[in-house]
Ligand binder design. Sequence first.
Ligand SMILES: *[C@@H]1O[C@H](CO)[C@@H](O)[C@H](O)[C@H]1NC(C)=O
Ligand SMILES: *[C@@H]1O[C@H](CO)[C@@H](O)[C@H](O)[C@H]1NC(C)=O
Ligand SMILES: *[C@@H]1O[C@H](CO)[C@@H](O)[C@H](O)[C@H]1NC(C)=O
Ligand SMILES: *[C@@H]1O[C@H](CO)[C@@H](O)[C@H](O)[C@H]1NC(C)=O
Ligand SMILES: *[C@@H]1O[C@H](CO)[C@@H](O)[C@H](O)[C@H]1NC(C)=O
Ligand SMILES: *[C@@H]1O[C@H](CO)[C@@H](O)[C@H](O)[C@H]1NC(C)=O
Length: 539
Amino acid sequence: MGRTSQAVLVILCVLRTVKAFEMEIIPAERIVAQIGDTLILTCNTTGCASPSFSWRTQMDSPLGGKVSNHRTHSTLTMNPVSVVNSHSYLCTVICESAEKERKEKSVKVELYSFPSDPIIEISPSLVAGEPATVICKIPDVYPSDHLEVSLKKDEDTLHEKDFFQDESTNTETKIVTYTFHSKPEDIGKDITCVARLHIADMDFEPKERASSQKFNANFGPQNTVITASPGNSPMEGDSLNLTCMTQSNPPAQIVWSKYLAEESIQHLIKSNVLSIPHVHFNDSGLYVCEVINPVTNKTEKATLDIIIQGAPVITKLSIEPSTTVQEGENVSIHCSAESNPPPKIILRRKSENANMGPFSDRSILLPSVRFQNGGDYECVAENKFGNSKSEITLNVKYGPKNTMITVIPTDTLKEGETVTMKCTSSGNPAPVISWKKKKATGESEEISKNATLTIQNLKSKDLGLYECEAYNLFGKEEKAVELYIQARLEEPDQMIPLIIAFSSVAAIAVPTVAVLIYVSRQAKINGSYSLVKALRLKV
Ligand SMILES: *[C@@H]1O[C@H](CO)[C@@H](O)[C@H](O)[C@H]1NC(C)=O
Ligand SMILES: *[C@@H]1O[C@H](CO)[C@@H](O)[C@H](O)[C@H]1NC(C)=O
Ligand SMILES: *[C@@H]1O[C@H](CO)[C@@H](O)[C@H](O)[C@H]1NC(C)=O
Ligand SMILES: *[C@@H]1O[C@H](CO)[C@@H](O)[C@H](O)[C@H]1NC(C)=O
Ligand SMILES: *[C@@H]1O[C@H](CO)[C@@H](O)[C@H](O)[C@H]1NC(C)=O
Ligand SMILES: *[C@@H]1O[C@H](CO)[C@@H](O)[C@H](O)[C@H]1NC(C)=O
């Protein structure tokens, strides 16, 4: 355990032939020995053939060692040296040669014990701000009444103690305890225990021993803050770094979280920097940095409100139930955009006349939609950073409407002339138009799939009711026109006897089942209609 110094004294006896009888003790005079070491005293003679040796202490106490006699010398071995060896030792030699000669010498053995460096203990699981206790143990000291101990924090002396009042009779382990209020800045400083065993006139090394330990206290987390770079209102698209700073020993564990709108917390990363390369509006919110010291179990939280600024982004422009609807359905158009500051949103029907059409903040309701409501709608979201536009088309499907027949020429006609009847109709999808002619039997016969019906060289056989049908998936509508004889020209040349007129015959839009109703200004057109009878008419 103890550190053995080179206290084993090996004393060589050099034999010489000398005339006189002499003796010596090696080492001579004072001996400073450390308790626990081995000490050999040698009593050497010269000039005597067979000396006899005896060892004793001056007080006649036990020798506390083993004597070993040789021809011309004797050794006294103290192994280990202990407190009982603190004496003056006397070696007496009697030489039996010529006359009985007796010589003696003494040597004083002085003892100390200072075998090892102090042992420092700092009371466990320290928390800064709370008392810290330093315990310094100096093992196996002798004589302790010469021991001085000082405790230092770096260069500052915390405490000093001496044991000058001790009555030491044997080696003792001395303990110095000191309690102080630690501060966070003490962490990392050296706590040193210096023990000095200073005895005047006693030569030994070392007389001073020291040990140190780095002071470590657990504390925190405290002063937790979040800093945002470049700031807490970055522009959309910017890079944002949130740094959580805290004071803690050992270093705190960090967990980031973010409050979402519904008060629920979303857990993010475990690192002290939360980096968002390109922020988006939905990154706005309350960020929470929670730190925990794994040793003290203390936690602390810091929060920071982040508001992402920027020009609006239209997040939704939609038509419910669908962009393609049938007339009569309840339609709603919604536009939403996000930005900070909040955007002003205008949703309106797009047209040449910008002020036309319904517009409202962010939704348009079209209960029982009409075909006129179909078309392009635009949403404009704007704030001080800019605006954003988006368009959507409402496609309203409807059955044929406004079916019209145009007859050219608009005047009365003469036999042999050409007449053109043009049928038009609106509807979505565009209606398919066909022409039919009512036969004498009352049946209708399809005569053309072209919207424009041209009759050249008008004859009496061409008289009658012409029906135009406009048809699409959502219904059909019919219109009719009648060609009839308005008058007969009283001309000698009977080649052009007829004046033919036309009259529109109302028909009805038929969304589901086509029912053709026509009204004639003339007599009812039926199977008995004859040109002869008509010719008799004079207007
Ligand atoms: C005794 O002394 C003589 C003469 O000084 C020396 O030569 C001899 O080595 C010594 N013996 C011991 C055991 O020290
Ligand atoms: C955020 O941190 C990243 C990585 O350390 C760095 O490249 C970026 O420039 C930082 N951005 C800001 C705004 O500090
Ligand atoms: C935030 O918006 C971006 C871009 O629109 C999207 O990719 C991301 O999923 C959104 N995040 C959340 C949490 O809504
Ligand atoms: C800290 O908490 C952990 C888990 O809850 C527990 O095991 C530990 O003993 C605690 N430490 C202290 C110093 O309270
Ligand atoms: C349209 O809305 C009205 C009033 O809310 C409702 O009475 C009607 O049934 C709805 N029509 C359709 C086609 O959903
Ligand atoms: C309809 O008539 C016009 C003019 O007479 C003609 O140009 C066109 O090709 C016709 N269309 C059909 C589908 O017959």
